[in-house]
Design a protein around this ligand. Structure first.
Ligand SMILES: Cc1cc2nc3c(=O)[nH]c(=O)nc-3n(C[C@H](O)[C@H](O)[C@H](O)COP(=O)(O)OP(=O)(O)OC[C@H]3O[C@@H](n4cnc5c(N)ncnc54)[C@H](O)[C@@H]3O)c2cc1C
Length: 387
């Protein structure tokens, strides 16, 4: 049983505590799912999470009384959901997270017409994807090359996107392309592109160490109406960064979920495994590992929920807090999981063992949505500017 004492911290309300208990019950009853066919598993997970109401937390309700002033996304809810799902099944966390990130630009900046899509992403009827990265612009977002040129009353999109989660199975993509209002980051715009649009194809499926649907996509004269643009021409970079600002701490929360699971597995293993005439947990060097893991988990939780609470308390931007949360929680989760593997001995590296799975699942989190080094650049810049 994972530690839940952190729920008593002042970051949370009774609503959060009730949600944490409910998603824990749901996860224990329904997860993990089989991972042999990740496309089918993700489709099923999105449908199941949607049918049981969990995806309603990933975007504001477009049918709320005032769609122009929607209820903001509750980042503590997103983090609690991700932490719990990740603790049970990385693929379930992925399916949940991508509905939020993929629809994020629409949630934050979409027109009333565009927001109609949220009804479908919240119910699980539509799968969402966020298409920013290109071959030559991963960390260097401002360098992206894909173009969106004026074409009659609309735009024509040409180019490629790569490393796109849900690529190939998504019903809607938020695509960032160069419209040229200014140089670099100032000349990008965001577009809502349906997955079945003519000219959009999967150029390559990408296989990674913890598989999920991932693809390189080709856009060949993809025509969208002017109403597909999210926000104003040239707003693309701002929209991408504001979306990541909300979702970045949730990546830390997923890392925290993996770390908590690794700690739980280590506690159970070190109590049950007999070595040198007693339980492994009696060995002081093992205790030192467990102490370090416990400190890392709590420190990561403090940073994640500090960032989430700050955003929920009305801060316009939480760039520094979210970067700290993502950097620390994902980096330390890697260490925690590595120690878990060590304490499990040979079983820790056995394919299919839970800590072996965690070891693979944590790695990409230190690369996507801003690599750890990029987070350090952001934190240093903000710290120097504030000093
Ligand atoms: C599993 C997975 C899922 C993904 N899903 C999506 C998605 O859904 N949508 C999407 O748009 N993208 C997605 N990405 C892409 C991801 O955001 C990029 O991989 C990431 O931004 C890094 O870009 P890159 O791979 O081109 O590496 P590069 O930009 O080439 O960077 C390589 C390395 O250089 C170092 N580095 C980079 N910048 C600096 C710096 N300023 N100072 C010092 N060192 C630095 C870091 O160690 C970094 O890992 C995904 C990636 C992965 C692995």
């Amino acid at each position: 049983m994972a530690d839940t004492t952190f729920l008593n911290w002042p970051f949370f309300t009774d609503r959060h505590r009730a949600l944490a208990a409910a998603i824990e019950r749901w996860s224990a009853a329904n997860l993990p799912v089989g991972h042999s066919d990740v496309d089918a598993a993700c489709r099923n997970l999105v449908a199941h999470l949607g049918a049981d109401g969990w995806l309603a937390h990933t975007a504001p309700d477009p049918q709320a009384p005032n769609p122009q002033a929607p209820t903001p996304l509750d980042v503590r809810t997103l983090c609690l959901m991700r932490e719990t799902l990740a603790r049970h099944d990385g693929l379930a966390d992925f399916a949940f997270a991508m509905q939020g990130l993929g629809a994020g630009p629409i949630s934050l900046f979409g027109s009333t017409e565009q927001r109609a899509w949220l009804k479908r992403t919240r119910s699980g009827a539509a799968i969402a994807a966020f298409a920013l990265t290109e071959q030559k612009s991963g960390s260097d977002v401002a360098n992206l090359a894909m173009t969106a040129e004026r074409d009659g009353g609309g735009y024509r999109l040409d180019g490629e996107k790569t490393w796109i989660s849900n690529g190939g199975i998504a019903d809607l993509y938020v695509v960032f392309a160069r419209t040229g209002e200014g140089p670099g980051a100032k000349g990008l715009s965001a577009f809502l592109v349906p997955g079945d649009i003519s000219g959009l194809s999967v150029a390559e499926r990408l296989d990674v160490i913890a598989p999920h649907p991932l693809a390189r996509l080709k856009f060949d004269r993809v025509r969208v109406p002017a109403s597909a643009m999210i926000g104003a021409p040239g707003d693309g970079f701002k929209i991408a960064m504001a979306t990541l600002d909300v979702f970045r701490s949730t990546v830390g929360a997923a890392g925290l979920g993996f770390a908590r699971r690794a700690l739980d597995e280590t506690i159970a293993r070190s109590r049950s495994r007999e070595l040198f005439g007693g339980p492994l947990a009696d060995l002081q060097m093992v205790q030192a590992h467990i102490a370090d893991m416990a400190v890392d988990v709590d420190a990561a939780a403090l940073l994640v929920y500090r960032a989430a609470w700050t955003k929920d308390s009305g801060a316009q931007r939480v760039t520094r807090e979210a970067s700290m949360a993502k950097l620390f929680a994902t980096d330390r989760a890697q260490h925690v999981i590595d120690r878990a593997v060590q304490i499990h001995g040979g079983d820790g590296v056995r394919r299919g063992h839970i800590v072996e799975r965690l070891y693979r699942e944590i790695r990409a989190l230190r690369i996507y949505e801003g690599a750890s080094e990029v987070q350090k650049v952001v934190i240093a810049r903000q710290t120097l500017a504030g000093a």
